[in-house]
Design a protein around this ligand. Structure first.
Ligand SMILES: [Zn+2]
Length: 86
């Protein structure tokens, strides 16, 4: 069987989002890092979670970009409509 108990993994994964957020105390962080060093399974989960969080955060950082582009496009279309001779 594996060297560490399976409950260890469940415990670690329960702290994962806090660990990524950096809201965990250093002692717990060390415990998690120690576990991650010896557990490829949890490392994969950590990487996947990190990537998912990055994807979720990415559009939030620039929330007005698509709206701005759309507004400009809309304005231009309206303008073109006004300028278009009938
Ligand atoms: Zn694990």
């Amino acid at each position: 069987m594996t060297e560490h108990a399976h409950t260890d993994c469940e415990k670690m994964l329960g702290f994962l989002s806090e660990y990524i957020d950096g809201g965990l105390n250093p002692e717990l962080c060390q415990e998690i890092e120690k576990h991650l060093a010896g557990c490829e399974n949890c490392r994969v989960v950590l990487n996947t979670t990190k990537r998912t969080i990055d994807l979720v955060h990415a559009p939030v950082e620039k929330p007005d970009l698509p709206e701005d582009v759309r507004a400009r496009l809309f304005k231009r279309l309206n303008l073109d409509d006004y300028l278009k001779p009938k």
